[in-house]
Structures are given as structure tokens and as C-alpha cells.
Design a protein around this ligand. Structure first.
Ligand SMILES: C[S@@+](CC[C@H](N)C(=O)[O-])C[C@H]1O[C@@H](n2cnc3c(N)ncnc32)[C@H](O)[C@@H]1O
Length: 248
């Protein structure tokens, strides 16, 4: 594949996770970020482990279809690997990442990858949606919205989550995270995230969920969300959890 001009956070994460699907421009950006912040691999390993626990918990309720926004690179424990029995439609807006994803998933009849702007649900290809999420709008699904809230302002995030709530069937789940104020102490690293980047406090994030109701686990540091062993000592850069669309 042709080397892209710009790095992507999704492919930088693939580098930090030890994956194989990124380019020199991504590695250079990842190294520059680490110079400004510090080691990132442990933080992103924990974020991906949270994705695995959250997706696994949703699948354990009987949900067998997932719609992923800002899907990034579909490897290294991403959604279809965390829920191998489910069908999964990954979407993203980055054309290079989408092509990489399509190449990785070529041959899979359970997982696919297409364009989808999370803020404009109509951009998702309807045929793909119905192929990978049979009974869309009637059967509960898992919506995975990880690594994305940080790039949407409050009004856009609120509207987007509300539209998603309307679109999915009752009993659907949302896996979501947000970036804490961790980077406030690292101005150079913060500047690298660009002007759109939003850090949030737990109290400012909660109202943005609107009608989505967090499970009793709450929206907490991702390492503390249903930990499967001792909680690792990594910075609390991300909080996350799962929330439900009520059946009422
Ligand atoms: C930080 S990465 C997270 C990737 C993946 N979810 C993960 O956790 O490793 C953010 C991803 O969101 C994508 N993205 C940014 N804005 C988006 C939007 N409006 N709709 C869908 N995807 C978006 C980016 O292209 C990028 O792949």
C-alpha cells in the first residue's frame, strides 16, 4: 500500500500494541509523542484490554452483532477478535485505515469494514449495515465508540449519541470512553493532538450520554472497569464503560 502523508492515531496505536499494520509516518509520530509524554504502550494495552472486557461483557448478554465507529486497525484484540462468534461492521473516516482494515478482513464472512462518519449515521452503507447486522433496528446490537469522543465537541457528541440511541433497538449496548485531563500536564503532547482534541472530567462527560444509562459498573478508569486481576499501575488517561438503551 502507498505510504500516506499523514500519521493516524489508530495506526500509532497499532504500533504501540506491537501490530504490523502501520507506516513509517505513524511510527515517527508515535515516537515524537512519546518524547513529549512518555511510554504509551502500557496505556494503550490497557485500553485495548478494556475493549476486550467491554465487548466480551456485551456478547455475554446475548448480543451477537457489533457496529464499530472509529474502528481503527482491526487486529490486536479488536472487536471481532474479542467476540469471535459475533458479526462486526467496522467503520472509520480515514481512507488509508479503511483500506488496511478491508485488507485484514478480506475473506471473513463475519466482519467487514466500510466508511462511516460517526456524526452522520447516513454515511454508512445500508447494504453493509444489513449484511453484518441482521435485524438492524429490531435486534439489540453493541455499538463500540472507543477512541472517538475525544475528537468531538460536546454538542456534536451529545447529538451523535442521541441519534444512535434512536437508531438502535431497545436492549442495545454502547461501549464508550473519553480522554481524561492527563495530557494537561504535557503541553507539547497535547498540542500534537490538534485543536479538535477534547479532554474531559468525569462530571462533564456523564451528561453527554443523554438517555444511554451506564451499567452499575459506571464510567470509570478503564483499568478499573471489571478488572480480571490486580489493577495495573498505568496513568488514568482514559475512562470508559458500557451503557444501555432501555427496553422500556
Ligand atoms: C484514537 S483512534 C481509535 C481507534 C480504535 N477505536 C482504537 O481504540 O484503537 C480514532 C479513530 O477515529 C477515527 N475518526 C475520527 N473522527 C471520526 C468520525 N467523525 N467518525 C468515525 N471515525 C472517526 C479516526 O480516523 C481514527 O481511526
Amino acid at each position: 500500500m502507498q505510504e500516506p502523508d499523514q500519521p493516524s492515531t489508530a495506526r500509532m496505536i497499532d504500533h504501540w500494541l506491537g501490530g504490523r499494520h502501520h507506516f513509517p509516518v505513524d511510527v515517527a509520530a508515535a515516537r515524537a509523542f512519546e518524547q513529549a509524554y512518555g511510554p504509551c504502550a502500557p496505556v494503550f494495552r490497557e485500553l485495548r484490554a478494556f475493549l476486550g472486557r467491554a465487548v466480551g461483557a456485551i456478547a455475554a448478554t446475548g448480543v451477537d452483532g457489533f457496529l464499530v465507529f472509529g474502528g481503527g486497525v482491526p487486529t490486536m484484540g479488536n472487536v471481532h477478535e474479542a467476540a469471535p462468534e459475533a458479526t462486526v461492521l467496522y467503520t472509520d473516516v480515514d481512507p488509508v485505515t479503511i483500506r488496511l482494515g478491508q485488507r485484514i478482513l478480506a475473506g471473513s464472512d463475519r466482519a467487514g469494514y466500510g466508511f462511516g462518519d460517526a456524526t452522520d449515521f447516513g454515511t454508512i452503507d445500508r447494504a453493509q449495515l444489513h449484511r453484518f447486522l441482521s435485524g438492524w433496528g429490531r435486534r439489540p446490537v453493541g455499538v463500540v465508540f472507543l477512541g472517538l469522543a475525544a475528537f468531538l465537541d460536546d454538542a456534536t457528541l451529545t447529538r451523535t449519541l442521541d441519534e444512535l440511541y434512536e437508531a438502535v433497538a431497545p436492549g442495545s449496548y454502547l461501549a464508550i470512553d473519553f480522554d481524561t485531563e492527563e495530557l494537561a500536564g504535557y503541553p507539547q503532547a497535547l498540542a500534537m493532538m490538534g485543536p479538535q482534541f477534547r479532554m474531559r472530567s468525569p462530571s462533564s462527560f456523564r451528561p453527554l450520554l443523554g438517555r444511554w444509562t451506564p451499567t452499575r459498573d459506571g464510567i470509570v478508569p478503564v483499568t478499573r472497569w471489571r478488572p480480571e486481576g490486580p489493577v495495573p499501575a498505568v496513568p488514568d488517561a482514559f475512562h470508559g464503560g458500557i451503557a444501555v438503551r432501555s427496553t422500556g
